[in-house]
Design a protein around this ligand. Sequence first.
Ligand code: BJ8
Length: 382
Amino acid sequence: MELIKDLPEIFKDFSEQRKASFTAAYELKQQGVPFIGGFCTYLPKEVPMAMGACVVGLCSKTGETIPVAEQDLPRNLCPLIKASYGFAKSDKCPYFYFSDLVVGETTCDGKKKMYEMLGEIKKMHVMELPNRQSPEGTELFKGEIIRFKEVLEAQFGVEITEAKIKESIVTMNNQRKALKAFYGLQKMTPPPMSGLEMHQVLDGVPFRFNVEEATDELNALTQKIIDEYDPEKYKGRKRILVTGSPIGGGIDKVVGAIERNGGVVVAYENCGGARSIEELVDEANPDVYDALAKRYIGIGCSCMTPNPNRFELMNKMLEEYKVDGVVEVVLQACHTFAIEAYNVKKLVTGQREIPYVYIETDYSESDVGQINTRVGAFIEML
Ligand code: BJ8
């Protein structure tokens, strides 16, 4: 594995928070710690963690490299895919640069075809993810997890034992429990924090490479929020659940608009929130690969057909978080979430009789005003 001597100049204009994390990543790389980059919640982190690697998310959340990406990719494509490819192509993402191996899964069409091109820039491993959460699909994914382990063992010259995987399952489960306790605070009436504050923490935790330390700090933060709870702070605000595509690239324009207009986001049913965290890996299952396969394939992403787990989770969250309104955010050209919105709306407005609004957006600033107006009208109507 290649050790990094100098941090490339191009990375320097990252924000302070990201800078802190990539400096930490840089130092870990100097010590020879492998980095595995990923693009999706389906990546079974426990396997690379079991060989002492750091796992880092590579999904881009800004549109600055989209013009570079559009030289190779069609314009009518999800901004997350274009931006991620653009960062890789222009070598502007330090985490991509640090990654010794990039891992993708066969999720949506756009992502899996983009991975073919990404493989020309960086060493890439693509896991075959079945589209069904059937016993056959689970068995296939179990085989893919074992194949992933073997790829890691061959590339890094290590042995990944089941005992080590068991340890990382416990470590990750502890972090999931801490995350659930943290975002579960929003069940309180009124909630103790804003959706933007909640998002900042959920977004920041995966960039803390010492997982145990991050978990302890998260637990301390949760306790602090309880101790300092001010019931007046978000009193009277409409309680909003955000669902749909990952929202990182549109967080300010959507969540900002909700919270500027008298709402407060109490829950995220998306991959930056509960969808990626809620379920634990079964620690009692003696077959670690089976346990991982069952947990990961159970994630309710719209690339699954049918996708009952998303609706089950959403239904539970609508109840537990006492939701007044649902805002579905779908990234432009994200067909699976756009189509699934039909059934989401049916569940929310039909079965649950909760108001719902659908917003399609991208990573540009062009729709900021329009979203603000639509969200404002929605909250007012609640
Ligand atoms: S598990 S949501 S992280 S695939 S928004 S690239 S689906 S066209 S990001 Fe995702 Fe994994 Fe699913 Fe979660 Fe495609 Fe849609 Fe773009 Fe998406």
